[in-house]
Design a protein around this ligand. Structure first.
Ligand code: UD1
Length: 395
């Protein structure tokens, strides 16, 4: 039936023509370091669902480059391979930030996005925001408004700069909104969307149950603690690091501790000659950085987590796992007021006492904060689409 075939071809052509005429929102997402990957995964998935309205480009700055810090997350979280890898690697803050800026500028000039989406508070977040803002490309910052009020933390500087420049500030909790308003950010730029990292947590909880990590490390659920450390304030000074490791050994006498070692921490342990002592502690189990699913399975079954990470404070809150934060402050106070977190600093005696207390008296039921519900990525993309297209004079 040639007529009907022609009619179908004509209609298909017409639809294709129509689709080409629809203006697509052009978005560049920028990631660089491990904690960015679990935040971008649900956002990229949501953009793909909206493929008829959004054209997107994923840029990896290459700030983190080891397989265990980067590639394994892309694979497990089904993040498509980055369209562009800037390959900047490790360097001093100024060099790393500068390299990202130099390499990203031509990418944005070429792609001409309406939006750049940045997540979290790492150097890649701030560098991308600076480049986009100067090219008059609008920036959406996911996880805006968190403040530790501690300017000795490089991440705090990244947060303040990013939020001062961003055009759309997507916040994970109400306290973040208040911080931004106090800093004079216009209310219409702020949107409370919830915690996107918890989207990834919900999505992967069942998949993580298939991980063999507990068998591989010969662990029994709820009979071990997990520790992660990587903040310069904890690992870059020998005396401080030694004190934390001594406290860990003391805790391990009571309950096995699994220590997943970040590359920065590994380098310092070797530099300070602490490897031998650590290796002699049979109840402290050392591992390389774990993949997302292995780590989720590990901490979700643990009795207690000791960490200086930001994200882990949030993840333990959602899963009701007791968490001790080895820092003087937190930019995530909701994990203390509503969750399982206690901020205890890095004094060895205090770490030991707090850990024993947490093992003896685990916190009772906690609340999951508002909008930490697995739907943050939808709200993020709704907000960006509502704000729509860039200005005429951009790039
Ligand atoms: C960065 C982020 C921090 C985040 C952390 C998560 C900044 C300022 N800091 O800190 O907010 O919590 O990532 O991991 O952006 N290294 C490797 N392989 C890698 C990556 C790093 O060996 O794939 C080593 C290098 O020796 C490097 C050091 O780790 O010098 C530090 O890496 P860098 O990206 O500068 O900072 P992080 O401490 O990882």
């Amino acid at each position: 039936m040639p007529e009907s075939r022609e009619t179908v071809d004509f209609l298909l052509g017409f639809i294709r023509y129509g689709l080409n005429r629809i203006e697509m929102l052009r978005i560049v997402s920028v990631v660089g370091a491990r904690p960015n990957f679990m935040k971008i995964a649900p956002i990229v998935a949501e953009m793909r669902r909206r493929f008829s309205r959004i054209t997107s480009l994923l840029v990896h700055t290459g700030q983190h480059y080891d397989d265990s810090m980067s590639e394994s997350f892309f694979e497990e979280l089904n993040i498509p391979r980055a369209d562009v890898n800037l390959g900047v690697g490790s360097a001093s803050h100024a060099q790393q930030t500068g390299r990202i800026m130099l390499a990203l500028e031509p990418v944005l000039q070429d792609f001409k996005p309406d939006w750049v989406v940045v997540v979290g508070d790492v150097n890649s977040t701030m560098a991308a925001t600076l480049v986009a803002s100067k090219l008059l490309v609008r920036v959406a910052h996911v996880e805006a408004g968190l403040r530790s009020r501690d300017r000795t933390m490089p991440e705090e500087i990244n947060r303040v700069v990013t939020d001062a420049l961003a055009d759309l500030l997507l916040t994970p909790s109400r306290d973040a909104d208040e911080n931004l308003l106090r800093e004079g950010i216009a209310p219409e730029k702020i949107r409370f969307v919830g915690n996107v990292m918890i989207d990834t947590l919900h999505y992967n909880l069942e998949r993580a149950a298939a991980s063999t990590v507990l068998d591989r490390l010969a662990l029994v659920p709820k009979q071990y603690c997990v520790m992660t450390l990587h903040r310069p304030s904890n690992v870059d000074d020998k005396h401080t690091l030694q004190g934390i490791l001594d406290a860990t050994t003391a805790i391990a006498a009571r309950q096995q501790v699994v220590f997943a070692i970040h590359p920065r921490t590994r380098a310092r342990i070797t530099e300070f000659g602490l490897d031998g002592e650590l290796a002699r502690q049979p109840r402290v189990i050392l591992t390389e950085p774990l993949s997302y699913l292995d780590f989720l399975q590990l901490y979700s079954n643990s009795r207690l987590v000791l960490t200086d990470s930001g994200g882990i404070q949030e993840e333990t809150t959602v899963l009701g796992v007791p968490c001790l934060t080895l820092r003087e402050n937190t930019e995530r106070p909701i994990t203390v007021t509503e969750g399982t977190n206690r901020v205890i600093g890095n004094n060895p005696e205090r770490i030991k006492c707090e850990a024993i207390d947490a093992l003896d008296h685990p916190p009772q039921t906690t609340r999951v904060p508002e909008f930490w519900d697995g739907k943050a990525a939808q709200r993020i993309m709704d907000a960006i689409e509502e704000h729509g297209f860039g200005t005429e004079d951009s790039v």
